[in-house]
Design a binder for this molecule. Structure first.
Ligand SMILES: N[C@@H](CCC(=O)N[C@@H](CS)C(=O)NCC(=O)O)C(=O)O
Length: 218
């Protein structure tokens, strides 16, 4: 089998989506850790030209974009047409499509808030961040109110869906790296607790990867 490498980080919610998908589909892969998020060199991100993660490497092919990576993993597993694996482009419900868009959006805002405020130490009071946080709050409120209907609108029976995996990784990441309060979103918190019992979730718990051991060369 062609070796599969995933460039990413154990603390990254986009990377975790790919990792959970790979575990759910029983696709073996190796994690290649991005050590320095401040690097401006694409090589530090496994060759991702936009300096983002994750990147999936299948032989010489690079796949950018977490949604594309889930699709590729389903293809590798021979399950791209299996109705029990629900990829985002296969969803026909407008409600689920809207929900998926809000999850991707909130995931991107989470990156903006973590990188901008926590890593780059820019002011959280800037209108750039207050509006982003308000929009993320709105997206999570919309999802919280409709979660039961969205889940009911997904194809059933199913083994895994991009929607459920992305929503779980988003909610758990907001707990792992707090940006906005989740107090007002009880349905989302309960959902994440339920999903966390899955083996794929337990094998991919968020953590900061240890720095590589320093060489003691002379
Ligand atoms: N559209 C990309 C977004 C990926 C993304 O934003 N990843 C975050 C990590 S969770 C990242 O690259 N953060 C580093 C940065 O933005 O500097 C995807 O779907 O993979």
């Amino acid at each position: 089998m062609t070796p599969i490498l995933l460039t990413g980080r154990s603390a990254s919610h986009f990377t975790r989506v790919a990792r959970i998908f790979a575990h759910e589909l029983a696709v073996p892969f190796e994690l290649d850790i991005v050590q320095d998020l401040t690097s401006l060199d694409a090589a530090a991100y496994g060759g991702h030209p936009a300096l983002k993660l994750p990147t999936l490497h299948v032989g010489d092919t690079q796949i950018f974009g977490t949604d594309n990576i889930c699709r590729k993993l389903a293809e590798i597993a021979g399950r791209e047409d299996d109705q029990r694996v629900v990829l985002s482009h296969q969803v026909s419900s407008d409600l689920v499509r809207a929900a998926q868009e809000l999850v991707w959006h909130a995931m991107a805002v989470q990156v903006q808030l973590v990188i901008g405020v926590q890593v780059a130490k820019l002011s959280a009071e800037s209108m750039f961040f207050t509006k982003a946080a308000a929009g993320m709050h709105g997206a999570l409120g919309w999802l919280d109110e409709r979660l039961d209907h969205v889940l009911a609108a997904l194809p059933s029976p199913r083994d895994v869906s991009v929607f459920e995996v992305t929503l779980f990784c988003l909610v758990e990441h907001v707990m792992f790296r707090p940006t906005i309060s989740l107090d007002a979103f009880p349905q989302l918190r309960e959902y994440a607790t339920r999903f966390a019992a899955r083996e794929s979730a337990q094998r991919t718990v968020f953590r900061f990867d240890p720095a590589p051991a320093r060489s003691l060369g002379r």
